[in-house]
Write a protein that binds this ligand. Sequence first.
Ligand code: MN
Length: 591
Amino acid sequence: MALEASMPHLPAQWLRSVLPWGGGPAHQSPVDPVLAAHRRQHPRADVSIVRRAYEVAELAHRGQMRKSGEEYITHPLAVAELLADLGMDTITLAAALLHDTVEDTAYTLEQLDTDFGHEVSYLVDGVTKFDKAFYGDAAEAETYRKMMLSAGRDIRVLIIKLADRVHNMRTLGVRSSKSKTRIAQATSEVLIPLADRLGIQRIKRELEDIVFFHLDPAGWAEMDDYFRTQPERNNYLTGVTSKVLGELRALKVHADISPRKRHHWSLWNDRVRRGHLYDPPRLAIIVNGPDTDCYAALGAVHGLWRPLPGRFKDFIATPKFNLYQSLHTTVLGPGDQPVEFLIRTRSMHATAEYGIVAQFRAGGNGNPERNNPEQLEWLHRLLDWQRDAVDSGDFLTALRCDLSEEQIQVFTSGGAQVTLPSEATPVDLAYTLGDGDRMIGAYINGRLSPLSAPLSDGDRVEIIHATLGDEPVRPSADWLEFIRSPHARLQVSQWLAEHGYGEDIADQEAAPVSLGNKLRLGRSAIGLALRQRNRALASDHPLRTLAHKLGYPDLDALLVAVAERRETANELVERLIAAVDEPGAASLARG
Ligand code: MN
């Protein structure tokens, strides 16, 4: 397939190699803009795999149309160009061009793996949806779970998914109004918070404004009117800027200063919170020097104009959970007009705009986890507790809930910085640190506090555990009333269930689980055990064989046994793997 697809382009390549001025416009390929954007960030990249990916994708999608009537290939091309503009690496661009082939064309994952190697096929598999015909209603939840699990090992899966969604949202206009609302809703519940967690403000801002446009057209139009009729501020800001630059020169601090416009959604959101519209002019000072230059610049600004009390924030000393760093301040500028300043270094600016992507822009193909493990701490926490959520529906609910929370940061007695949902309690912290079952008390900022006390950003918290000789302690069912994090909730309910306490056991008996749910539960437990071993089930055949071997009348009976915990998924999967790893058997694919 790859060879066949590359044929039409051979003459152009040949021309380019023999003519000193290269191929003219007549020989341009639709993938050229992607390559040009890629070379701006990575001038020495070998782009042959991207060309090949385009040719294969173009052939596979040939004849398919988007709802807008355009050729389908325009979509993967746009997604790849978006990622190239962000500065992503060569492999990501190849995977982006191929990202819908396995889901929507006859091209298989195995073929993709053979043609482009494991890295590309891993990324494509991570964003490929589960078949609705096979998984039914669980398909969406299973798809999200697969995507998050894949992202745990290679974060580029999520970055491709975000770019995919940006292009789908940009072209949402042609869809029916019902599906517009559904897609916009899902975007705001899951993908926007994910973009925020990864710190990719460029994507977050664009998604927020498109979602706003579709879910609240009147509100969006009102903000748009405001921006269009806003009085001219350029003269005012030029005056402020040159005063600050003068001071900075005297301090020998090199910096660029530029106005920062708000986007529709952020201004609207802020207005709803305040009850009135508040949009002071805002300037970003990007210093070309060390962190200390930021404080020098802050001193210069505060020396020129009086800072407004309570408006100064130091996100350099205490970065946000997504590693955002800046100084924020508001001063009473010329004419007693408030002016906001954001002050940061160049590298902080790259992180503020691009988040985790900044590392790909700067350094080619490095694994960001190695460089910056704390940036993905939330993802690993999420994947830790997802192992406890057997049912994929539970997983999606917990994911939505985790993502919907505002985040706060607290400090442990050991000085570690921990991110929690806002209003989390000492119990949430104890479970996040991995030892909640034995906790008996907590000090918040040095004062003994109830276990249910909501924590605030910046609190210092010391957890007190029971020691040997104390009265035996245990988690209490009451904790479930105030616990905020899904992880802690799962741990406590599980402890209660395992030790015979708790109402959830009684609840389950009162409302018996339907047969359909038991089948789904059994299947999803086996699916999870397989994924944890990097395996996948190509067909039901090996499972069915195993069911017969174990004396069950059919596969459903085995699935019910797993759901009722009469069989454990882990043991079944070990037997499955042992059976298919015998020479000659090959119905379990390596994931
Ligand atoms: Mn797509």
